[in-house]
Design a protein around this ligand. Structure first.
Ligand code: SF4
Ligand code: SF4
Length: 102
């Protein structure tokens, strides 16, 4: 289990300017338990109901997992605000989040 970050881990002088990095969530791993959401200091992430067309694009096992998790997954609602601090990556017990350069 990854170490749970603490608020003191937040570096106010993040390495990246907003919009340089973006969190990418693996829909086959996300279990919608959400520790990534409150840990983000910039409110980038939220849990949302996966729209029908995205659900249809998943393989059968992915659709089943989504059903088990109430049809929800984490989503980057404000990707432009991401500062690449990595707290969400550390907080995710499923290793579902990767940071990608835009
Ligand atoms: S912490 Fe990971 S598994 Fe949990 S909601 Fe966030 S991305 Fe999904
Ligand atoms: S890397 Fe930091 S700023 Fe970006 S989504 Fe994750 S917690 Fe938020």
């Amino acid at each position: 289990m990854p170490r749970m970050p603490k608020p003191d881990d937040i570096d106010p002088d993040c390495k990246f300017e907003p919009g340089t990095m973006v969190p990418v969530i693996d829909p086959m791993r996300c279990e919608a338990k959400g520790p990534c959401v409150p840990i983000c200091p910039y409110d980038v992430l939220a849990l949302r109901v996966v729209p029908r067309h995205e659900k249809a694009a998943l393989p059968l096992i992915g659709r089943f997992k989504l059903f088990v998790h109430g049809g929800k997954q984490a989503f980057a609602i404000d990707p432009d605000a991401c500062r690449g601090c990595g707290l969400c990556v550390q907080a995710c017990p499923e290793r579902a989040i990767k940071l990608r350069k835009r």
